[in-house]
Design a protein around this ligand. Structure first.
Ligand code: PEP
Length: 253
């Protein structure tokens, strides 16, 4: 079975102490992660060490950076390199979140460079894609997402593409409380998988976990995750509340 993943994206929230408390609260809650399931915590960069210390000995739990830079090292003040992540033992990084695309002008090409350096350093990218509202209203979301995939991912070979996690996050559903319906999510996830199959073959496409992101909550996670091509969620707001995120973890297939 494909990996089923609940990934928390804390974004730029919480103090160190609040973050630590949230992890403590979550660890104290009943949650059962089976062999094919994972919980991943994308925490702010200054908290990566704390999260690693608390979680690296837990089974089926990972820590992610929310971003990294495309260069190995050098005069790039304020940036985070994959070698730094390696030195902390961090194994995942969220790339191409719509907030980074929008506020920091991250292009599909730039993201392709970041993906390459992550894969060269054994870091698993959680690659985000998804359309804005006006594209959804125009009905051209498939072409929009297909271009994101082609321009950022399709230079990779099949051996590398299966190392990725993809997160489909319709921008109109992020932080808005407006969730895509489970049919809309399934439709796009199946489309993304069909694009992977077209490029790499069905067997390869079947191995890639595709998460849904956009106002996932405890009360809609079961329905969303029950869709055949939805392999879990990337969760913003609800990942900041221990009860909510624990329930989302428990909603994994
Ligand atoms: C996100 O940050 O990726 C996200 C999906 O946020 P929210 O769950 O708050 O919509």
């Amino acid at each position: 079975m494909r990996k089923q993943i609940a990934a928390a994206n804390w974004k730029m929230n919480l103090s160190l102490q609040q973050g630590e408390q949230l992890i403590n609260d979550l660890l104290a809650k009943p949650h059962e992660l089976k062999a094919h399931q994972m919980a991943i915590f994308a925490v702010p960069a200054p908290y990566l060490m704390m999260a690693q210390n608390k979680l690296s000995n837990k089974q089926h739990v990972g820590v992610a950076a929310q971003n990294c830079y495309s260069k190995k090292s050098g005069a790039y003040t304020g940036e985070i390199s994959v070698e730094m992540l390696n030195s902390l033992g961090v194994q995942y990084v969220v790339l191409g979140h719509s907030e980074r695309r929008e506020y920091f002008n991250e292009s599909n090409q730039f993201l392709a460079e970041k993906l390459d350096i992550c894969l060269q350093h054994q870091i698993t990218p959680i690659f985000c894609c998804g359309e804005p509202l006006q594209i959804r209203e125009a009905g051209t979301q498939n072409a929009f997402v297909a271009a994101q995939l082609a321009e950022s991912l399709f230079h990779l070979n099949a051996a590398d593409i299966v190392k990725l996690v993809i997160a489909y996050e319709p921008i109109w559903a992020i932080g808005t409380g407006k969730t895509a319906s489970s049919e809309q999510a399934q439709e796009m996830h199946a489309f993304i998988r069909s694009q992977l199959a077209h490029q790499y073959g069905q067997d390869t496409a079947n191995q890639v976990s595709i998460l849904y992101g956009g106002s996932v909550k405890a009360n809609n996670a079961v329905e969303l995750f029950s869709q055949p091509d939805v392999d879990g969620g990337l969760v913003g707001g609800a990942s900041l509340i221990a009860d909510e995120f624990a329930a989302i973890i428990n909603a994994l297939k």
